[in-house]
Design a protein around this ligand. Sequence first.
Ligand code: PEP
Length: 249
Amino acid sequence: MRQKLIAGNWKMHGSLAENQTRLTQLVSGLGDTSAQVAVCVPAPYFTQCKSVLAGSAIQCGSQNISEYEQGAYTGEISASMLKEFDVQYALVGHSERRELFAESSEQVAKKFAAAKQARLIPVLCVGETLEQREAGITEQVIAGQISAVLDQVGIQGFADSVVAYEPVWAIGTGKTASPEQAQAVHKAIRVQLNALNSEIAQKIQILYGGSVKPNNAAAIFAQADVDGALVGGAALNAQDFLQICNAAS
Ligand code: PEP
């Protein structure tokens, strides 16, 4: 049985004061949960995040990672730098990075490889646009995004990694995939990996992301191949995020 993982993606939100309140509320409110919990905060707040979360079960993650090890790459943050802050997870290929910052699947694959190389846990985000869903090519698009990473790291690279299925049309829109739509894509991802290595496919956590809220989380988590959630908007409210964690418990 796979453990569920609930990861919050704070995006470019927060301040020292706001974070202090939210992180403290998370630590005091989490209680006993069987789920793994992480928050992906903006990089300047790693030190604060690690300090407030010290001694709690909540892990800290990054929202991005450079594909390069070091050098003249202004503004980039390398995997080894993340490691120095004891960050556990790195989001890779979030649709906002793919769309707004023109990250290609090949670049995403290199970022995934950089995270693996540094023994960070990459959370590979994949997802289709509304046009692609309406054109009936959702599973083809997702398979292509996964294949780009397989080409770079092979199936072994997916051991101790996480995949997040995030339909682009559901992110920050209030529209969520139905539990059945999510399950169909999660299953297709597992089948694709299973064809290469059944043990890795059975173990890998596949998260759903896209307007997960306290009122829809339980139905999504009840699906056989849904192993938790990547949560954006609702992760900015400690009570909502804690309710989602409880729904996964
Ligand atoms: C996200 O940013 O990964 C996300 C899923 O956002 P939201 O929950 O707001 O749709």
